[in-house]
Ligand binder design. Structure first.
Ligand SMILES: Cc1cc2nc3c(=O)[nH]c(=O)nc-3n(C[C@H](O)[C@H](O)[C@H](O)COP(=O)(O)O)c2cc1C
Length: 365
């Protein structure tokens, strides 16, 4: 009975994605990704979904190792898990990160019906409401219970989130400034950024002009200058909060850890959204190995995966566009599915014909 309900909600009688799967794929694609590259691909199976990275969407200047791409995929997997659970199905997750670019990174399957936990419900509520916020925040400290919630959100996904004391924060900001300078001087960086920030009508990826954020009136908060490649567009200048709350997210440093870091990052960001707290990522120094080493924690051997600024927003963050799930779902008829149609034109998805890569779990993974 449960199996039957699962099958129908996952894939309908005609072999098309069912209600739960459609909602969960929409949730997955709402995840944050570096430069909004949305580097994910999903392969529909009869009773599960495989998640792979799209090698064409890797940022080869700032992310040659693919670490930030894997973090983005991890965030999408977290949203998938939360959405499946919020629909009353226990998600079972398997990770095969050893396949890297050559096959699926993981699989999520709805295993059996469960009562929806309150946390899953609230995190699912936050998925479409979370947006990066690159504006000024209010000059109000985050209360201890909010800080605790954020730290626990990271811990629940096997990561460590550590807030920087003022002195450490100043050191961190110097490294971010140095990285920002180094990147801004690099023509290849500017070219790559330009590709993901040029406004093109109808574009459903990249960072749109309205999400580029304001310019800081001083040097107080070294956000990434996403307007670098579009200097002729006027941007508002604002005074940023004098004492920003900044934290570093740490995990181990294997590809599997990067996926876990993405899951932890997304749990932290959604928890912040639930608490009315906005966030901005500032990852420039983590894209330069020498600087990343300085931010990583030699005592525990943990590697820095993300730097996040938190605060109460003065204005809401602007949403960035997403490609619809029909565009990132590959359906193999081998698993009983039929290709989804493009929502706008009704034409079959261009990805529909590609069969999923073979899946053999790595021994011990
Ligand atoms: C690994 C990673 C690194 C990121 N680094 C930065 C950054 O340095 N600066 C920034 O403003 N946003 C950064 N972002 C946020 C993305 O630009 C953002 O998620 C994307 O544009 C989609 O917008 P949204 O978060 O509002 O949905 C990063 C996101 C990820 C996943």
């Amino acid at each position: 009975m449960a199996r039957r309900r699962s099958t129908i909600e996952w894939m309908d009688a005609d072999g098309k994605p069912g209600r739960v799967l459609q909602a969960s794929l929409t949730a997955a694609t709402a995840a944050p990704s570096v430069h909004n590259t949305q580097p994910w691909l999903f392969d529909l199976r009869h009773d599960s979904i495989d998640v792979s990275l799209d090698p064409d969407r890797q940022l080869t200047v700032i992310d040659l190792s693919g670490r930030e791409q894997m973090i983005s995929i991890g965030a999408a997997m977290f949203n998938l898990r939360v959405s499946v659970l919020a629909h009353g199905w226990l998600p079972v997750q398997s990770l095969w990160p050893a396949f890297g670019q050559y096959g699926p990174l993981g699989r999520i399957a709805p295993s059996r019906p469960v009562a929806v936990p309150r946390t899953a419900r609230t995190l699912a509520w936050a998925i479409p409401r979370r947006h990066s916020n690159r504006g000024a925040f209010k000059d109000i400290d985050l209360p201890d219970d909010v800080l605790t919630d954020l730290v626990q959100a990271a811990r629940a996904e096997g990561a460590v989130l550590r807030f920087a004391e003022p002195e450490a924060r100043n050191g961190l900001f110097s490294l971010i400034h140095a990285a920002e300078q180094r990147w801004n001087d690099d023509p290849a960086y500017r070219e790559e950024l330009s590709r993901w920030t040029q406004p093109v009508p109808g574009r459903r990826d990249g960072i749109p002009p309205e999400a580029l954020g304001v310019r800081s009136a001083g040097d107080a908060v070294p956000l990434r200058d996403l307007g670098l490649a579009t200097p002729n567009r006027p941007r508002r200048v604002a005074r940023f909060e004098p004492s920003p709350a900044v934290a570093v997210l740490y995990t181990g440093d294997t590809p599997r850890d990067w996926l876990r870091a993405g899951q932890a990052l997304q749990r932290v960001l959604l928890t912040a959204t639930v608490r009315g707290v906005a966030a901005t990522l500032m990852t420039q120094p983590l894209e330069i190995p020498r600087l990343r080493e300085l931010i990583s924690d030699p005592r525990t051997g943990r590697a820095a995966q993300a730097i996040i600024r938190f605060g109460y927003p003065r204005l809401p963050g602007a949403p960035s566009p997403r490609r619809p799930w029909q565009e990132v779902l590959r359906v193999s008829t081998e698993h009983g599915g039929v290709p989804p149609a493009d929502p706008a034109t009704g034409a079959p998805s261009p990805l529909a014909q590609s069969p999923p890569a073979p899946l053999t779990p790595t021994p011990g993974a």
